[in-house]
Design a protein around this ligand. Structure first.
Ligand code: PBG
Length: 313
């Protein structure tokens, strides 16, 4: 194979990620030509509404996945965090490269840390998970909805005079915006989203040639973590519509998964942790989901987990 077409969104972060994968691919397969197929998704179009009300995840990936199914592109690069737990028939997560730092980061124009925020401080985020976690730790905080790409959210934070905003470290780093970070939040404070910091490279299941090319980008440790996190998410049927966090680490043949489900206002959170041999990553994920469900997550999902209809474009 001489050339591959890479489907991507047009946001600066998505383009960085697609170019990064193109560069990794041409390093491991010298002479391979990579071209980008840039697309706009529903998630990019409904920027005015909070993510949770426009229908959550899938929004950023559906059109891209369709381009693979239609044969307009050979592979697609996504943020794994944006992907639904069930992939469309005929497509697969062919490779996950080594994970970037998965933590959340606090960006405060005033240089404040979370700890130093005054009572009633206003903090921006578009994510139900981040709102829930922030409010559960600091019920006095006022959460302001921020949508749009990373640069837009940082600009809005200043325009609105917010005390700060929480964004993914990985996105800020990839865009060279680490200087905006005033505090990297430990996972014990802000448990990351399932798949945060991981790039997902997707292709057609039947395309053995592209699968062969992508195999070289696979990172086994990342795959174990992702397997546990996504099995957990699948069992909880969580999209962006309920506050859901899940993060796995791998050390010495053991995968350790921590999870959190909560109410959007942080008035209730259910948290837990499970470990097991890396070969049992899937079962570890399912077991943690079952445990959280039985300890109160089922009730939270019943009250808050309904996806709102996606508006017509
Ligand atoms: N839905 C937006 C999104 N999807 C992936 C990332 C960050 C990069 C990553 O987690 O890999 C972001 C931005 C953010 O949450 O601040």
């Amino acid at each position: 194979m001489k050339a591959v077409r890479i489907a991507t969104r047009q946001s600066p972060l998505a383009l960085w990620q697609a170019r990064h994968v193109a560069s990794l691919l041409s390093q491991v397969h010298p002479g391979l030509e990579c071209t980008l197929v840039e697309m706009t998704t529903a998630g990019d179009r409904f920027l005015s509404a909070p993510l949770s009300t426009v229908g959550g995840k899938g929004l950023f990936v559906k059109e891209i996945e369709q381009s693979l199914l239609d044969g307009r592109a050979d592979l697609a690069v996504h943020s794994l965090k944006d992907m639904t737990s069930v992939l469309p028939a005929g497509l697969l997560l062919a490779a996950v490269p080594k994970r970037e730092d998965p933590r959340d980061a606090f960006c405060s124009p005033e240089g404040l840390s979370l700890e130093l925020l005054p009572k009633g401080a206003r903090v921006g985020t578009s994510s139900l998970r981040r709102s829930c976690i922030l409010r559960s730790r600091r019920p006095d905080l006022e959460i302001i909805s921020l949508r749009g790409n990373v640069q837009t959210r940082l600009a809005r934070t200043r325009e609105l005079g917010l005390h700060g905003a929480v964004l993914a470290f990985a996105g800020l780093k990839r865009l060279g915006l680490e200087t905006e970070i005033t505090e990297v939040l430990p996972t014990s404070i802000s448990l990351p989203a399932v798949g945060q910091g991981v790039l997902a490279i997707q292709c057609r299941t039947e395309d053995a040639v592209v699968r062969g090319l992508l195999a070289a980008l696979e990172d086994d440790t990342t795959r174990v973590a992702v397997t546990a996190e996504r099995a957990y998410m699948a069992r909880l049927e969580g999209g962006c519509t309920v506050p859901l966090a899940g993060h796995a680490t791998v050390e010495g043949g053991t995968v350790r998964l921590r999870g959190l489900v909560g109410r959007p206002d942080g008035s209730k959170v259910v948290e837990g942790e499970r470990s097991g041999p890396v070969e049992t990553a899937l079962a570890v994920g399912e077991a943690l989901a079952e445990e959280l469900l039985s300890r109160g997550a089922a009730e939270i999902l019943r009250d808050f987990g309904r996806a709102s209809p996606v508006p017509e474009s």
